[in-house]
Design a protein around this ligand. Structure first.
Ligand code: G1P
Ligand code: ZN
Length: 582
């Protein structure tokens, strides 16, 4: 057993190590500066109480993006020096974000040990590679992202840090081979265990869903399936679950080999970036081959999902509402009923309508998954989602891309169980249209203005807040933009008081409510790594089932015009078009 020494390395603070909506994300060249990652890791250790570190087990892994392998070796050496007892690493450093959450919650080491937290190495849906983004975030014992109290402390520590601890002479560990390596240090033994990236997660999925039912659906010749991992970590899970466990054909998988640079693509599962899948599903131009019945995609770290039917897009806001409406019947894990449901504020109110109809507890929380965690820990929420392609449940404390696909496959399996011998199948589109006719439809779109000047973005937001005190003026502007929109009856800034721990989160987005139930929301992204990103969320409710079949961009045009005029988008940002429309 090789022995290591602990070195104390002198360092100085770096500016801007403030974790955003989901950890610290910067360009690789920023992270690769001497001491940069080390400072953040030490600041995290120092923010956690000793009993969470000393003698404990930590998980370190991520989506496999460029710089992950270097980062893993650094974190292993710093963990050893800080008195951690064991580090668990997914084979090749790969674990999806929801799988990390599952590993923290479920995995038991051979000696009965459990993990007390994890460093997740990912910048989620941001591109990867030497000139792109890297990211790191810390998850706690419950499997969820560190709460604001902890991330604030981490940030504070980064501003005063003077030294970090590292076991410099600890040899690099081969993370490509499953097995344990033991070392001996000043505080005793230290172990690095490399384990299978999929086992814990797959077992959890098998305990939630009826795999036999899904297998039957996938075996039905009329049901065709396609899944795109966009070269992110989801590929590892897709191969194991869809091919090995559920019997889907290899040709059903697109881009399922994880790559450090995601094949040069933008690993975000939406209609703009998941081009190949969109084309295959018949939503692109000139698609001639008959598209599959079902399509799914994931982002880099596999916590996001996109759900498509044949030539049909399911909005994430509808997706969570439909999953909630069907969960008890279609998913064994929920057969005793849902404890409650929740959505992030900018997500459409489709879920609200289901909650009301089914008499379920309902919560509206700020953007970012961490707010759902408290509700789940308190047993108040079973299913939740965000408009930004995030859907999940209380099986882990992260959103879960593959879970969402399995949830949809379960709903399809349940609706089609009597039809698998050749009858016409109930399609994704049928399910969504049926849902609209029962609950009404929330037309919904989001406009993103990426990488705009931070000063201009701030001014735009300040302008929108100021405007709220003068509703007559607001109404004058929106009517000038388009006389078809209804009256604005209220404007505010969303503020959230956590009903479980009482913490208050302010400035969570600027909202304008209209008389007919429409809504505009404006907020600044907390996950970008350059400049500012303004997001505009546009929503309109239609109860009349004869009017729920319109094209959504067409239906929302008047409201979009009102949003652009109200915010003086072009004036403040110089942009006449958004970078992404979803
Ligand atoms: C974005 C999404 C948000 C999601 C987060 C992490 O954050 O809008 O819903 O939780 O990514 O995936 P934003 O950039 O808007 O702060
Ligand atoms: Zn992600």
């Amino acid at each position: 057993m090789s022995t290591f020494k602990v070195s104390r390395i002198e360092t100085r603070p770096f500016d801007g190590q403030k974790p955003g909506t989901s950890g610290l994300r910067k360009k690789v060249k920023v992270f690769a500066q001497t001491h940069y990652l080390q400072n953040f890791v030490q600041a995290t250790f120092n923010a956690l109480t000793c009993d969470k570190i000393k003698g404990n087990t930590l998980v370190v892994s991520g989506d496999g993006r460029y710089y992950s392998k270097d980062a893993i070796q650094i974190i292993i050496k710093m963990s050893a020096a800080n008195g951690v007892r064991r580090v668990w690493v997914g084979q090749n450093g790969l674990l999806s974000t929801p799988a990390v959450s599952a590993v923290i919650r479920e995995r038991v080491g051979t000696d009965g040990s459990k993990a007390s937290g994890a460093f997740i190495l990912t910048a989620s849906h941001n591109p990867g590679g030497p000139t792109e983004d890297f990211g790191i975030k810390y998850n706690m014992e419950n499997g969820g992202p560190a709460p604001e109290g902890v991330t604030d402390k981490i940030y504070e520590n980064t501003t005063t840090i003077k030294e970090y601890l590292i076991a410099e002479n600890l040899p690099d560990v081969d993370i490509s081979k499953i097995g344990s390596t033991n070392f001996s240090g000043p505080e005793g033994e230290f172990e690095v265990e490399v384990f299978d990236s999929t086992d814990t997660y797959v077992n959890l999925m098998k305990s939630i869903f009826d795999f036999e039912a899904i297998k039957k659906l996938l075996a039905c010749p009329k049901f065709t399936f396609c899944y795109d991992s966009l070269h992110g970590v989801a590929g590892v899970y897709a191969k194991r679950i869809f091919i090995e466990e559920l019997g889907a054909n290899e040709s059903s998988l697109l881009n399922c080999t994880p790559k450090e640079d995601f094949g040069g693509g933008h690993p975000d599962p939406n209609l703009t970036y998941a081009k190949e899948l969109v084309q295959r599903m018949g939503l692109g131009k000139n698609s001639e081959v008959e598209p599959p019945e079902f399509g799914g995609a994931a982002d880099g770290d596999a916590d996001r999902n996109m759900i498509l039917g044949k030539r049909f897009f399911v909005t994430p806001s509808d997706s969570v509402a439909i999953i909630a409406a069907n969960a008890v019947e279609a998913i064994p894990y929920f057969s005793d009923g849902l404890k409650g449901v929740a959505r992030s504020m900018p997500t459409s109110a489709a879920l609200d309508v289901v909650a009301e109809a089914l008499n379920l507890k309902f919560f509206e929380v700020p953007t970012g998954w961490k707010f759902f965690g408290n509700l789940m820990d308190a047993g108040l929420c079973s299913v939740c989602g965000e408009e930004s392609f995030g859907t999940g449940s209380d099986h882990v404390r992260e959103k879960d891309g593959i879970w969402a696909v399995l949830a949809w496959l379960s709903i399809l399996a349940q609706k089609n169980k009597e039809k698998l011998n050749g009858e016409k199948l109930v399609t994704v589109e049928d399910i969504v249209r049926q849902h609209w006719s029962t609950y009404g439809r929330h037309y919904y779109t989001r406009y993103d203005y990426e990488n705009v000047d931070a000063g201009g973005a701030k001014e735009l937001m300040a302008h929108l807040v100021n405007l709220q005190s003068d509703l007559p003026q607001v109404n004058k502007i929106v009517k000038e933009a388009n006389s078809a929109v209804s009256n604005v009856i209220k404007g505010d800034e969303f503020e959230y008081k956590d009903s479980v721990d009482g913490s208050v989160s302010k400035h969570q987005g600027i909202r304008y409510f209209f008389e007919d139930g429409s809504r505009l929301v404006f907020r600044l992204s907390g996950t970008g790594s350059e400049g500012a990103t303004i997001r505009v969320y546009i929503e309109q409710y239609e109860k009349d089932s004869s009017k729920t079949g319109r094209d959504s961009q067409e239906a929302l045009k008047p409201l979009v015009e009102a949003a652009l005029r109200l915010s003086k988008m072009q004036e403040f940002t110089g942009r006449s078009e958004p970078t992404v429309i979803t």
